[in-house]
Design a binder for this molecule. Structure first.
Ligand SMILES: Cc1ncc(COP(=O)(O)O)c(C=O)c1O
Length: 389
């Protein structure tokens, strides 16, 4: 890393996490056990849900949720083209097809009206995956009402949305299943990992079994209960999606800090917003009630700037600012080249948003000096390449 480089994201790992991991390393039990169970219990308590299942990634969590909802060959799943690829590939792994509905112009989240349009015309759609992009909660009241009308499952891709809580509740708890990510850049991290939450007994039971080889007994129970550990049944071809205790130990400590991290993120967002709102070169990110602020998506007002988004991004990168782009719309990927209807014309809001947006560094440990360097450089570029300047 170059000197003075401001990274896009740095995980906030302290002595608490270090100690917790060392304790697990010394404990004689490394894989899924009582620490993972404790992490699940604490996470469920925080979101006030009956079931939280720790998994090795949100991608695994999405596959697990879809499988429990009996999504398979011949079914379709509706989601947004503006998300990370695993939202869509989770469906493909189960033999289902993917359909997309465009995003709303303002929230960048999947548009409820477009969802209804698709469901009305296609009875093979069996589930919807709304994604709370950047931590900004989707219009879940409308989405859940539409899902109920057409009798389809709702799996919330909440990879960006912990801890996002609106007046109506926690992101991840509105639909049938919510899936969170603890990847290294996320709002809390276990390096790799995720959590699946649900209030549905049947779905919870199926996901618990399928998370670990389809074995009908949890591994911890096999080694602690009086019943012999080698006695178990396998009821289906399950996955290997469990979270080991080493990672769960990090998660427990991160969970305790989640609210503090969120406050710190909000302060950075306020500072960015205050500076960028002074100029019409920029479009500020949407801010809904309860945003988790995983990402700061800065829109460039391309009618006021004479360079492209990519040039703008490169200039910032050259200045030592670690920026990113979220996300390349799915219809641009070769994996969907057989779908001629997946193109920018059919998803105009996604395309417009993608063409003009960059993600700026946003992580709790950013100093005021770093924030100022970012804002100064962004504004300097805006002024330098502003049309008419
Ligand atoms: C919207 C979204 N969904 C799912 C995932 C997958 O998360 P994981 O890396 O934990 O599998 C990501 C990861 O970045 C994501 O951004």
């Amino acid at each position: 890393m170059a000197e003075n480089f401001i990274p896009f994201s740095i995980p906030q790992i302290g002595q608490e996490e270090e100690k917790a991991v060392l304790n697990v390393l010394k404990s004689g039990w490394l894989t899924t056990g009582k620490i993972a169970l404790e992490f699940e219990k604490e996470f469920a308590k925080k979101l006030n849900v009956p079931y939280a299942l720790a998994v090795n990634s949100a991608t695994s969590g999405l596959i697990l949720a879809l499988e429990a909802c009996k999504i398979g060959p011949g079914d379709k799943v509706l989601t947004t083209p503006y998300t990370f690829i695993s939202t869509a590939t989770a469906c493909l792994h189960l033999g289902a097809d993917v359909e997309f509905a465009d995003i709303e112009k303002d929230s960048y989240n999947i548009c409820p009206e477009k969802i209804e349009e698709k469901l009305k015309n296609d009875s093979s759609i069996k589930a919807i995956i709304p994604v709370h992009i950047a931590g900004n909660i989707c219009n879940m009241e409308k989405i859940c009402a539409i899902a109920k009308k057409y009798e389809v499952y709702v799996i919330e891709d909440s990879a960006h949305a912990f801890p996002a809580k609106s007046k109506d509740g926690w992101a991840g708890t509105f639909g049938d299943v919510g899936v969170f990510s603890f990847y290294a850049t996320k709002t809390i991290t276990t390096a790799e990992g995720g959590m699946v939450v649900t209030s549905n007994d049947e779905l919870a039971k199926r996901m618990t079994t399928m998370r670990l080889h389809g074995i009908d007994r949890p591994v911890w129970d096999r080694y602690t209960s009086k019943k012999a550990s080698w006695e178990y049944d396998v009821i289906d071809a399950g996955f290997k999606f469990n979270m080991p205790d080493i990672l769960a130990a990090i998660g427990i400590e991160q969970l305790k800090k989640a609210d503090i991290f969120l406050e710190q993120r909000k302060k950075i967002v306020e500072k960015y917003n205050k500076e960028f709102s002074k100029y019409d070169y920029f479009i500020l990110p949407p801010d809904s009630d309860g945003n988790a602020w995983h990402l700061y998506l800065l829109g460039l007002n391309l009618s006021k700037i004479s360079i492209t988004r990519n040039e703008f991004a490169q200039f910032l990168q050259d200045k030592g600012i670690g920026i990113s782009m979220h996300f390349i719309p799915h219809y641009k990927f070769s994996i969907f080249k057989h779908r001629t209807d997946f193109n920018e014309i059919n998803f105009p809001n996604t395309e417009e948003h993608f063409q003009r947006t960059i993600s700026l560094p946003l992580w709790p440990g950013m100093t005021d000096e770093m924030i100022k360097i970012v804002t100064d450089n962004v504004i300097e570029l805006g002024i330098k390449y502003g049309k008419g300047n």
